[in-house]
Write a protein of this length. Structure first.
Length: 235
């Protein structure tokens, strides 16, 4: 399938209801409103195609950008490529669920994520913390530096309440993911989450939401989910 065929297929799969939902979360035109599950048959047919992924991502069309992440070849992407992708990620569904997810399958994932976390830019920071969530939830514990992750938990405790809104959400998810998916620091994550307490996340034109990593970790403990690792990061 070539670029034109993919765009035509995505347009045909679009639903007005989903388009409105995506837009209510920050998406903007152009977009079609395609359910992620509806993209799977095309993804199976194409498998991996980095040049096509780059063409699709460059459109600025949310659905095309999402599909680009599914068929991208993360190991072929450089830090400069990921920088270009995060530059085009104008809201959290792209930064956290397309760019961060794609980065999590790259060999340079931690290096790039560390730079984004230190950037001071809301969506870059959010993507960096989110990338660690995807990494911790899928890679063996042995692939991580325990002292580094411990210092990251300390950073969350010290800065989460003053961080930008979207970054707060990803930092909260990081506490939860360490507590559930990284056994060496389960206890420290539990302590950190208790110290942080409830986190208020303000959203444009919507009611604020309250997230609580401590409660979420306890629920996972109650369900015997501690140690959970997913088989695949991307769908």
């Amino acid at each position: 399938m070539n670029f034109e065929t993919v765009m035509q297929e995505l347009e045909a799969l679009g639903k007005e209801r989903l388009k409105k939902m995506y837009m209510s979360n920050g998406a903007r035109e152009p977009l079609f409103g395609v359910a992620t599950g509806a993209m799977k048959p095309m993804a199976k047919q194409i498998k991996v195609n980095q040049p096509l992924a780059e063409e699709l991502y460059a459109t600025g069309n949310y659905d095309a950008m999402y599909f680009a992440g599914i068929i991208a070849d993360p190991k072929a992407m450089t830090a400069a490529d990921f920088e270009r992708w995060i530059e085009g990620a104008y809201f959290y569904m792209l930064s956290d669920y397309v760019v961060a997810v794609t980065l999590a399958e790259a060999d340079i994932a931690q290096e790039v994520a560390d730079q984004w976390i230190a950037s001071g830019d809301e969506l870059r920071m959010s993507a960096g913390w989110s990338c660690y969530c995807w990494l911790l939830g899928s890679r063996p514990d042995t692939q991580f530096d325990e002292s580094k992750l411990a210092s990251m938990l300390e950073r969350v405790e010290q800065t989460i309440h003053e961080s930008p809104e979207r970054t707060k959400a990803s930092m909260n998810n990081f506490m939860y993911t360490v507590g559930v998916s990284y056994l060496p620091l389960h206890d420290k994550a539990v302590e950190t989450a208790k110290a942080v307490g409830p986190v208020e996340i303000k959203r444009d034109n919507k009611k604020s939401s309250i997230v609580n990593a401590s409660e979420s970790i306890q629920k996972a403990v109650d369900k015997n989910q501690v140690g959970f690792k997913r088989k695949y990061v991307r769908c």
